[in-house]
Design a protein around this ligand. Structure first.
Ligand SMILES: Cc1cc2nc3c(=O)[nH]c(=O)nc-3n(C[C@H](O)[C@H](O)[C@H](O)COP(=O)(O)O)c2cc1C
Length: 205
């Protein structure tokens, strides 16, 4: 069982990293393989809506997005962490996620998703909601914890002082492990749910 963790922060040892490391400790304890990739320090451009990925199944810009894609395909769970920038996820991360989710054609259903967010003071819930949208449009069940997966801290490392935030991360990780294991059993017993051909409608007069 594998989990991929994506850190949208440019700060290697920032507060998002603190939160994700707390989660990884639980994965290690539970024997879940985990890989953490930091993307916030990279220059990741946004989607240009070229639809080339419709034919190739990969992004026309051959960068970190196409490197992460096979890891995403292989994982049972995805944790996305972001620092809060102006009450939203940071731009590098959203550029990466939009291209990653849009360009990949593989079935994402029943991969468990979890979003965690770090901020000095405000905008945590809106950022959390923003990130969860990637999962809930993709048939990915969302793991939840004891709060809205957030941690407080301004300067790097301050988040360790947020005892409730740190506990929230551990709770989330334990719940996520349970959910991934349960889904693995469910898939074995029942298989994935039937799927209709996707109906696409734009605005109809
Ligand atoms: C461009 C920018 C915008 C920010 N906007 C917010 C904000 O809206 N709310 C807030 O509480 N903190 C804000 N912060 C502070 C960061 O969210 C905070 O320092 C957080 O711990 C960063 O996480 P990191 O250490 O993982 O990078 C902002 C920081 C930057 C650089």
């Amino acid at each position: 069982m594998k989990v991929l963790l994506i850190n949208g922060s440019p700060r290697a040892n920032g507060n998002t990293a603190t939160a994700l490391e707390e989660i990884m400790k639980i994965f290690e304890k539970e024997g879940i393989e985990a890989e953490l990739i930091r993307v916030g320090n990279l220059a990741v451009r946004g989607c240009i809506s070229c639809f080339k990925c419709y034919e190739s199944g990969k992004c026309v810009f051959d960068d970190i997005v196409n490197e992460i894609a096979p890891k995403f395909e292989a994982c049972d769970g995805l944790v996305v962490g972001s620092p809060v920038y102006y009450a939203g996820a940071n731009a590098t991360l959203t550029a990466l996620l939009a291209r990653l989710f849009y360009s990949t054609r593989f079935d994402k259903r029943m991969k468990v998703g979890a979003a965690v967010v770090a901020a000095r003071r405000g905008g945590l819930s809106s950022t959390f909601d923003e990130l969860n949208k990637f999962f809930t449009i993709s048939g990915m069940p969302v793991a939840s914890g004891q709060y809205w997966n957030s941690i407080h801290g301004g300067r790097p490392g301050e988040a360790v002082q947020d005892a409730e935030g740190m506990q929230s991360m551990r709770t989330l990780a334990e719940n996520m492990v349970f959910l991934m294991k349960s889904i693995a059993l469910g898939k074995e017993k029942y298989g994935l749910p039937e799927r209709e051909k996707h109906v696409f409608t734009n605005f109809i007069r």
